[in-house]
Design a protein around this ligand. Structure first.
Ligand code: NAD
Length: 484
């Protein structure tokens, strides 16, 4: 059975930073795939706007090359690809000056929805918002999409919210966190709120602890300058891991509607206790596997920026008091794997005796690789020899459960960009959520800065520094293995 595609209303989309890395790798391939899927028609206008003169023909060639690299299926269907490229034009424009804005205005139609994607450095977000307004480009349909990072700390995030609010209502601002666009992340909500099975157990009475791991095997790569200024806490924890924690911990919203969901997430962030100093571990990778260490890679021999963070967090409310949330993320770890594990408590009494061993139910939500959900259940080991227990997974790997066609779901960017056009903000962060998340992470970062110690070294290809393992061992628990 093919997936159902509901076409969106006609739209004009401007990608500020349309020649940049993110536009080429993610935004344009995502648009191409939604076009191929039939979600929008050739009456759409797509505009790349960036610094630097370029003819539209040259821009189309640049986008064609990007598609060949990042949406290689585009090579086979030249007809569809050319129809897509025909929708594109380029406008040379300076976010900080007046050049190019008239040309952009001339390209906007009245009638279709207007969306402006800010895929430029965050320092330009305010300039773009201001100039869009000044040049009369915003009508009642206009909406803006802003990329991460949303601020560097609470103060800068507040400033940015205030700046954007001068020109756009909150209902027009789409703050992207692409983790929220992932199929499994939305499935987490379906699992929790679409079944009666889990919700009665979803609390500290039955859940021993929760682990959230987002592990990368690569190092900082090409974004070294940005990363060394940010670090894992700002780059990953404040946004992506925090969003995952919220979806696990939040109360059931009354409806699957933008503010109903975001109100519940905000309550979770506000219920987080400050993190004790010995509950926050940070690390920095060393050279290994023929790759330079972090400091060499970012070209900063004294860098104290963390490429790894592990935290023990507490959500202080009735549901979660006593159930810790362990979070970790880092680069150059053993494998690229992201998962959430809900580890349930032991059965209150074992009728099988001590020799049956200790068994626990674990619900694992895998974000990558092999998106899917797995529930570990305890059964009798088959065969004679008495009552021996083993744990087996009830595995719902989507590709297997749904068949390859159904499981070929849109990439996060495809879904999120279409949500912008549909005007659905459920999977986008609200301004107050972002600020609350900074208010929680800022003191952790400030604590490290005051302390002045360097992050702990860890080996490339490992699971992070020893202290991160100890964070759980001290509590008589252990991290799940980071496996490919
Ligand atoms: P990039 O440096 O590759 O591209 C920047 C783009 O902005 C270019 O098109 C450039 O011409 C344009 N630009 C620069 N100054 C301008 C000005 N004064 N006026 C108009 N246009 C101007 O950057 P990127 O990696 O594509 O990142 C874009 C945004 O997306 C940033 O906010 C970044 O933090 C965010 N982001 C990027 C990635 C990624 O993997 N690249 C991931 C997440 C978030």
């Amino acid at each position: 059975m093919a997936s159902r595609v509901i076409p969106v209303d006609p739209f004009d989309l401007v990608i500020f930073g349309g020649t940049g890395d993110l536009a080429r790798r993610k935004i344009l391939p995502a648009l191409y795939r939604r076009f191929v899927a039939g979600q929008f028609g050739a009456d759409t206008r797509l505009t790349g706007a960036a610094r630097g003169e370029m003819e539209t023909g040259a821009y189309r060639a640049l986008v064609r090359d990007a598609l060949m690299e990042f949406a290689p299926e585009a090579a086979a269907d030249t007809g569809t690809r050319d129809a897509f490229l025909d929708m594109l034009a380029y406008v040379a424009l300076d976010a900080r000056g007046e050049d190019g804005w008239e040309a952009l205005a001339a390209r906007m139609r009245s009638g279709p929805i207007r969306a402006f994607y800010f895929s430029v450095a965050p320092g330009l977000f305010g300039d773009l918002a201001h100039r869009l307004h000044r040049h009369g480009l915003t009508d009642e349909t206009a909406r803006i999409v802003v990329e991460k990072p949303f601020g560097h700390d609470l103060d800068s995030a507040r400033d940015l919210n205030r700046t954007l609010a001068r020109h756009f209502d909150e209902g027009r601002i789409y703050r992207i966190d692409h983790y929220l666009g992932k199929e499994t992340v939305q499935n987490l909500m379906a699992i929790r709120f679409g079944n009666v099975l889990f919700e009665p157990l979803w609390n500290s009475q039955y859940v021993d602890h929760i682990q959230i791991t987002v592990a990368e095997s690569v190092g900082v790569g090409g974004r070294a300058g940005y990363y060394d200024h940010a670090g894992a806490m700002r780059d990953m924890v404040q946004n992506h891991l925090m969003q995952l924690l919220c979806l696990i911990a939040m109360e059931p919203p009354a409806r699957f509607a933008p503010d109903a969901v975001r109100d519940e997430k905000l309550k979770v962030i506000r219920a987080l206790d400050p993190v004790a100093r010995d509950h926050a571990v940070r690390g920095q990778y060393e050279a290994g596997h023929d790759q330079p260490g972090y400091r060499a890679q970012v070209g900063n021999p004294d860098s104290r920026t963390e490429s790894f963070v592990a935290l023990k967090a507490h959500v202080s409310n009735w549901r979660w008091a006593g159930t810790p949330f362990y979070l970790r993320t880092g680069k150059r770890l053993r494998a690229r794997t992201s998962e959430i594990a809900v580890v349930f408590k032991d059965a209150p009494h074992s009728i099988f005796g001590a020799e049956a061993g200790r068994h626990r139910n674990i619900l694992t939500i895998r974000l990558q690789p092999n998106e899917g959900i797995e529930l570990g259940v305890t059964i009798k080991e088959p065969g004679p020899g008495g009552m021996r227990l083993i744990d087996v997974p009830l595995d719902m790997t989507f590709a297997e459960a749904l068949g390859p066609e159904e499981a070929d779901f849109p990439d996060a960017y495809e879904r999120l960009i279409m949500d912008v056009i549909r005007g659905n903000q459920t999977l986008f962060m609200r301004g107050d959520e972002v600020e609350a998340a900074w208010a929680w992470t800022d003191p952790i970062i400030a604590g490290w800065e005051t302390e002045g110690a360097a992050p702990l070294a860890y080996a490339t290809g490992s699971s992070g520094p020893e202290d991160a393992l100890m964070l759980m061992h001290r509590d008589g628990r252990r991290w799940r293995e980071i496996r490919p």
